[in-house]
Write a protein that binds this ligand. Structure first.
Ligand code: C2E
Ligand code: MG
Ligand code: MG
Ligand code: MG
Length: 287
């Protein structure tokens, strides 16, 4: 079969490879420039108390901006940042910007707890907890207003380093959330090994939950697990009112998703923050 595809196919594939390579080189260049000029764009997605629609916090999501002003999403540059170790600098800039914003909110008498995604590579740096403490001091943000989101993969990368870092961060007063829960490896042992505060149920469970009983049972089990272990629980990826109703029935109290808002620019988030989502949550209870 390979033979009959002939030369043209080879040409096609090599052209595609070349395109991918060009794209990668461009991306790395843009990433370096953005870091150099401290030009990362941060968007904020509200976390919502599902019964009332009150905003309980925000997850910080990073974007790049190209010359034409288009936003580039993390799926196109996070892996490049990891491979080149630029992820360290990226994480530092995101953390500083996000804490600065949360501290501003504090000064405007509208305290906002922010959740920042942290890459595995930060845990291999022994001074990471000190760096976080330094940023909090520099920006004046109280530690209780910062949460760090880590994935199971980040934890299993180097279990001892991660445990040590999480212990120190907890001492500082920063909370730790386990992101995309249920999609990594052996999640359950981590619940004992690490001093965690929050579980975030991966959005794939909710995506299937409306027509799949298994997915609902798994969510229900995660809800009880979190309850028994004294962990807060956040459901990711709430897109429809039907899903909101379902997740409330399953006992989950907090969530985020496109139903409430996509990740928003700072000024758009400021507006959302004032209004809240009571309208959505009440209409859901009534139906
Ligand atoms: P994540 O931490 O699990 O973030 C959630 C992703 O789901 C975000 O994508 C968010 O925009 C998207 N999302 C939120 N609500 C919904 C929904 O209702 N439906 C659907 N389909 N998607 C929803 P985004 O912003 O493209 O980020 C993707 C991933 O990139 C993040 O996954 C996180 O792992 C990584 N990332 C983003 N910002 C940073 C950062 O500052 N540092 C690091 N290390 N990683 C980051
Ligand atoms: Mg996250
Ligand atoms: Mg803790
Ligand atoms: Mg997630």
């Amino acid at each position: 079969k390979v033979k009959t595809q002939g030369k043209n196919n080879f040409g096609y594939y090599s052209e595609r490879l070349l395109d991918e390579l060009k794209d990668r080189v461009e991306m790395e260049k843009l990433l370096r420039q953005s870091l150099h000029s401290d030009n990362l764009v941060l968007h904020y997605q509200p976390k919502v108390e599902l019964k009332t629609g009150r905003i309980t916090g925000a997850e910080v999501l990073v974007r790049l901006q190209d010359k034409r002003g288009n936003l580039i999403f993390p799926d196109r540059f996070i892996s490049i940042a990891e491979e080149t170790s630029l992820i360290i600098k990226l994480g530092q800039q995101v953390l500083r910007k996000a804490c600065t914003y949360a501290a501003e909110c504090m000064q405007l008498q509208r305290p906002l707890k922010i959740a920042v995604n942290i890459d595995a590579q930060h845990f291999t740096q022994a001074d990471f907890p000190n760096f976080v403490a330094g940023i909090l001091k520099e920006t004046g943000l109280p530690p209780a207003y910062l949460e760090l989101e880590v994935t199971e993969t980040a934890l299993m990368n180097d279990v001892n380093a991660a445990r040590c870092a999480i212990e120190k961060l907890s001492e500082i007063g920063v909370s730790i959330a386990l992101d995309d829960f249920g999609t990594g490896y052996s999640s359950l042992s981590y619940l004992r090994t690490f001093d965690l505060d929050v579980l975030k149920i991966d959005r794939s469970f909710l995506k299937d939950a409306t027509d799949n009983a298994q997915a609902r049972h798994i969510i229900k089990a995660i809800v009880s697990l979190a309850e028994m272990l004294g962990l807060a629980l956040v459901c990711e990826g709430i897109e429809t009112e039907r899903q909101l109703g379902l997740i409330l029935d399953l006992g989950c109290c907090e969530g985020q998703g496109y139903l409430f808002s996509q990740p928003a620019s700072k000024s758009n988030f400021d507006m959302l923050f004032c209004d809240g989502f009571a309208h959505l949550c009440q209409s859901c209870e009534a139906s």
